[in-house]
Structure formats: C-alpha cells, structure tokens
Design a protein around this ligand. Structure first.
Ligand code: ZN
Length: 178
C-alpha cells in the first residue's frame, strides 16, 4: 500500500496490491488497519497508555461495509448529514486500511461522529500523532478541499516524515499532493 494514496470524492479507491490487514489491538479483533499503520498506532498508544481511554471505532472497511454504513446513515440521518460525514462507497479512505476513527471511551459512543475532544488524552494523542505518521485528515475550514466536514476523530496514516510536514504546514493531504 502506498501510504500517500489519495482517496476522496474525485479519486475513488482502486484496489491495487493485496491489503495486509491486522487488528489494531487484541481487544478489538474486528478493527483492522494495514500492518505498518497498525504497528505505528500501537507504538503511539503505548506511549500514551491510550487504549485505557480511547476506543478504535472504525478502521478498514470493505466496499460492502461502506455501502451499508452509507445506506443506514441515509435512512437514519438523511442525505445532508450523510454527505457531510460519510464518504460515498468506493470513495472512502477507510477502504485503504490507512484510516482510523477514534473515540473517547464513554458509555455511549457515536459510530459516525465519535467524541474526540481537544483536551486530556485525546488532545495528547492529537499532538503526538504526526511523529508516528498520522494526520488529522479532515480539518476545520477545509471542507471545500476535502469534501468532508470537520472530523476531529478521523486520523490517516501517511507515514513519516510526511505527517510531520503536513501537520506543520497546515495543509490537507489534497494540497500536499497536488
Ligand atoms: Zn473516518
């Protein structure tokens, strides 16, 4: 997998190489990421003792799973919300195995928009993420460029040094690549 692969509304996910997916943690056997991304996330979480407070809400998704999430969101939340927060099937970064949604551990966790506040352990994660190859993929005020609303819970593995350069520059992945 090319860590810099761009998947968005204009760039569909085109499966090329076989994915090498592994669970992000033994307690979450159904949340998978590409091996390199998963190992980087493990190192970052170990640094923070993060799995005590943070839940991996959604990692790799198949085309079928993305379609199901899209259909259910349209049904439950309507078209406008769904277009803001759910990528079209075939156009989701989650299909690459390089994207992860994280949520603060609490009684009720929203699957589409999990809470990942700018304080405490979540903020510490956010600050450390670029050093481990992860960026905040859908920043505030960049919706016109990314096509997705602000998602403070969605992190994308691009590897180092790219993540640090992108985070420092304030660019989106689209701007960094084009
Ligand atoms: Zn996501």
């Amino acid at each position: 997998m090319n860590n810099l692969i761009l998947v968005n509304g204009c760039h569909p996910y085109l499966p090329s190489a076989e994915l090498n997916l592994i669970p992000v943690h033994k307690n979450y056997p159904n949340v998978l990421l590409e091996r390199e991304a998963s190992l980087a996330l493990t190192r970052l979480m170990d640094q923070l003792d993060g799995w005590r407070f943070i839940v991996p809400v959604s990692g790799w998704r198949s085309q079928e799973e993305q379609q199901r999430i899209w259909d259910e969101s349209i049904r439950d939340n309507g078209q406008k919300f769904t277009q803001q927060f759910v990528a079209l099937p075939g156009h989701s970064e989650h299909q690459t195995g390089l994207a992860i949604d994280l949520g603060l551990l609490q009684a009720k966790i929203d699957f589409i928009c999990p809470a990942f506040p700018h304080e405490g352990i979540c903020q510490k994660f956010r600050e450390l993420a670029p050093a481990y190859g992860f960026i905040e993929r859908y920043p505030k005020d960049k919706e016109k460029i990314t096509g997705i609303a602000y998602e403070p819970w969605h992190f994308r593995y691009v590897g180092v040094p790219h993540a640090e350069i992108i985070a420092k520059s304030g660019l989106t992945l689209e701007e960094y690549l084009l």
